[in-house]
Design a binder for this molecule. Structure first.
Ligand code: NAD
Length: 296
């Protein structure tokens, strides 16, 4: 391996420490930041994610309010809960853990959350504000990627970035964020997706390649320009008979080949993963301060 490893853990800790200081300041002004964590059903991954979010809140001094409902809660009761949280002045942020059970409409739920408490940054108003370059809540994983790059001293100004994957939670907001006319961003961004023809043609020219696909080995070393910065957002569980559990986590990037060509690369796990939760706390503290999340 020749690439420098971009570890997310230390950056996440720095974000949490900064957030904790901000939260302590808010408390001296009589504001106790509080984040509602809403979980519906017993999806095992969701249980783990909500637990991690609760722990991160505790580390930052944010009060988390756990609301756990059975899978058959029904549309009306869930929306009523969100209306109640929207109206509660002691609650500053609302997070509804996805995926929801199939009979519930995730878009409707997102649309119901007050944009001022939408710390996930998924509400159309926040997505629109980001697309327009206006202040708003920035989705946590894209925000984490930008803060990781910043921490590593990567200046994106004028750089060619290929973002692979156009989901509304990672790829698209990331492309919007990186192309903003803002110090340290200001990149030329290509948003690639499943219908992109000849992906390697673009990635081989890229200064930065960001993969958010959900498919192992989407990016290999031969698709990269030497010295490129590679950010792997993907989390995929694959079979591995050598492990006691029988499986292991890999990203979307073939780490072995890519790390021989890249200048910097994130590992999976331990790269982007820890940043998402840290940025959620960062957004929650901003919400409590009555501000949108900001990059600077
Ligand atoms: P998604 O399924 O919503 O979107 C995947 C995108 O990849 C789509 O836009 C699709 O067009 C594109 N795609 C699929 N096959 C492709 C191909 N062969 N070439 C190019 N593009 C292709 O996924 P998502 O929610 O954005 O998540 C992507 C990955 O990131 C998943 O592995 C997910 O687990 C992971 N993720 C990680 C974090 C984190 O905190 N690290 C957060 C969110 C998502």
């Amino acid at each position: 391996m020749t690439a420098t490893l971009l570890q997310g853990g230390p950056v996440a800790e720095a974000i949490l420490a900064e957030t904790a200081a901000r939260v302590a300041g808010l408390k001296t002004r009589g504001i106790e930041p509080a984040l509602a964590l809403v979980r519906v059903g017993e999806d095992p991954a969701s249980i783990v994610y909500v637990r991690k979010k609760r722990e991160a809140c505790a580390a930052a001094g944010i009060r988390s309010i756990d609301l756990e409902f059975p899978a058959d809660i029904g549309r009306g009761r869930l929306l009523e809960t969100i209306y109640r949280l929207n109206a509660d002045q002691a609650v500053h942020g609302i997070l509804v853990q996805f995926p929801l059970p199939k009979d519930l409409d995730q878009d409707e739920v997102v649309n119901t959350i007050s944009p001022a408490k939408d710390v996930d940054g998924f509400h159309p108003l926040n997505a629109g504000r980001l697309a327009l370059g206006l202040p708003g809540f920035v989705p946590c994983t894209p925000l984490g990627v930008v803060l990781l790059l910043r921490h590593a001293g990567v200046n994106l100004d004028g750089k060619f970035v290929v973002v692979i994957g156009r989901s509304n939670i990672v790829g698209r907001p990331l492309a919007n964020l990186l192309s903003l006319k803002r110090l340290g961003l200001n990149a030329t961004v290509l948003l690639a997706h499943a219908s992109t023809v000849d992906l390697p043609r673009f990635t081989r020219e890229a200064d930065v390649v960001i993969a958010a696909v959900g498919r192992p080995r989407t990016v290999t070393g031969e698709m990269l320009k030497p010295g490129a910065v590679v950010i792997d957002v993907g989390i995929n569980r694959i079979d591995d008979p050598t492990r006691k559990s029988g499986s292991r986590l890999v990203g979307d990037v073939d780490f072995d080949s890519a790390s021989k060509v890249a200048g910097m690369i994130t590992p999976v796990p331990g790269g982007v993963g820890p940043l998402t939760v840290a940025c959620l706390c960062r957004n929650a503290a901003a919400a409590a301060a009555g501000e949108w999340s900001r990059l600077s």
